[in-house]
Design a protein around this ligand. Structure first.
Ligand SMILES: Nc1nc2c(ncn2[C@@H]2O[C@H](COP(=O)(O)OP(=O)(O)OP(=O)(O)O)[C@@H](O)[C@H]2O)c(=O)[nH]1
Ligand SMILES: [Mg+2]
Length: 172
């Protein structure tokens, strides 16, 4: 059995926790806490990841340990801890939230700095009519053609699995 450590990262509210919940073979571990800012809690969502998510996915003879990061910059101190000895990462973006793309670029930069490992970009929330296409996301994030931008609906198991299958192709 080949075992890999995969980090699932991306900006606040991108769908990282939903992704791991949908795809994990085991009940995932979360560290979600209530959002203290009432404005964000009401208009965006009630809870956010403060330390990490954890799940597992087996694909044939490959076992993926999935570590989800917090998205909020104030929990950025967790990123290098989670990135330690990672084999690859998934960068999730909310395809409906252009304003988050600056953060997405920053997240890619920081994770690439930790280790030169392969990654795929998941263009999440493709079920929403206002979602930007993977091609538009590639352009806005200035990604080269050799980086896969995979359309995704994180809550959908098959869709999340498809992202991991793309990633697996990049693992040695
Ligand atoms: N329509 C739609 N909503 C989604 C999708 N994925 C996640 N969501 C919703 O988007 C919101 C954020 O999802 P989370 O999984 O909490 O996102 P996160 O990236 O873990 O967020 P933080 O940990 O706070 O950074 C939730 O309300 C989800 O239900 C998707 O593919 N489509
Ligand atoms: Mg989360």
């Amino acid at each position: 059995m080949k075992v890999y450590k995969i980090v699932v990262t991306g900006p606040f509210n991108a769908g990282k926790t939903a992704f791991i919940r949908a795809v994990s073979d085991i009940d995932m571990v979360t560290t979600e806490r209530r959002i203290s800012d009432p404005q964000v809690a009401v208009t965006v969502k009630p809870e956010t990841t403060v330390a990490m998510d954890y799940g597992q996915k087996r694909l044939g003879d490959v076992l993926l340990h999935l570590y989800g990061t917090p998205g909020q910059m104030r929990f950025e101190f967790m990123w290098p801890i989670l990135a330690k000895e990672m084999d690859a990462f998934v960068l999730l973006v909310d395809s409906t939230d252009r304003a988050s793309f600056m953060d997405a670029k920053q997240v890619i930069r920081l994770f690439r700095k930790q280790a030169k490992v392969p990654y795929v970009v998941a263009a999440n929330k493709q079920d929403r009519s206002v979602a930007l296409s993977p091609a538009e996301i590639r352009r806005l994030l200035s990604l080269s053609e050799n980086i896969a931008v995979v359309p995704c609906v994180a809550q959908d198991r098959a869709s999340a699995l498809n992202v991991l299958e793309h990633l697996c192709q990049l693992l040695a």
